[in-house]
Write a protein that binds this ligand. Structure first.
Ligand SMILES: Cc1cc2nc3c(=O)[nH]c(=O)nc-3n(C[C@H](O)[C@H](O)[C@H](O)COP(=O)(O)O)c2cc1C
Length: 188
């Protein structure tokens, strides 16, 4: 798949098959992450690959009710749809994806969030090109303050979380969608 095609056709996927992604394919996705640009070429990221479904369910069960209460006053199309999802029985914030990758950044590194987000997008695009669906799961943030639970992610010393992305073989095809045109200012 060409780069532009991958960019234009990637969608967030929220329904996955149970089949695990082979390690060799996960390695390719991780490698694509490390090829992202980073300030001063510091590559201040590390990746935690989580495939323990019991642990992911535990994190989801902790996050879900907090998210529901945080979103109780948000009312627009997207929030209503997301709240409905959160409230549906058996819902996991990780959509039961077989693999979840947490991108963690070197604590204190000046551009860690930007660098790690670039790595994350590279991984999502690479996954898409390899026939694997993904979705960034911001809701994990709700658990960051729970040290006991977060210990389960086994984040290496000196790093802290930037984002969590689910990966798996898609069982839905959300289809290409239109994006709002950007507000562009040309200076020339
Ligand atoms: C920082 C960030 C946090 C997100 N958090 C969630 C989330 O917690 N749950 C979810 O289902 N999707 C989440 N998403 C996915 C967005 O909803 C999705 O990217 C957006 O609706 C655009 O759709 P697309 O990715 O298919 O283009 C998140 C995306 C980003 C960039």
């Amino acid at each position: 798949m060409e780069a532009l095609e991958a960019i234009m056709t990637r969608r967030s996927v929220r329904k996955f098959g149970k089949k695990q992604i082979p390690d060799a394919v996960i390695e390719k996705i991780l490698k694509a992450g490390t090829y992202a640009p980073s300030a001063l070429a510091l590559q201040p990221w590390a990746f935690v690959v989580v495939q323990d479904q019991n642990f992911l369910r535990e994190v989801s069960d902790y996050v879900r009710p907090i998210m529901i209460s945080l979103m109780k006053d948000a009312h627009n199309g997207m929030s209503d749809a997301f709240r409905q999802l959160l409230e549906s029985p058996g819902y996991s914030i990780y959509y039961d994806a077989p693999t979840v990758i947490m991108v963690v950044g070197k604590t204190g590194s000046r551009f860690r969030e930007i660098d790690c987000s670039l790595a994350a997008e590279n991984m999502m695009l690479a996954a898409h090109a390899l026939g694997i669906g993904s979705c960034w799961i911001g809701s994990t943030e709700v658990a960051y303050g729970n040290r006991e639970l977060m210990a389960g992610f086994r984040i290496p010393e000196g790093y802290s979380p930037v984002g969590t992305i689910v990966f798996g073989y898609p069982e839905e095809n959300p289809g290409v969608h239109d994006k709002h045109p950007a507000n562009v200012t040309w200076v020339r």
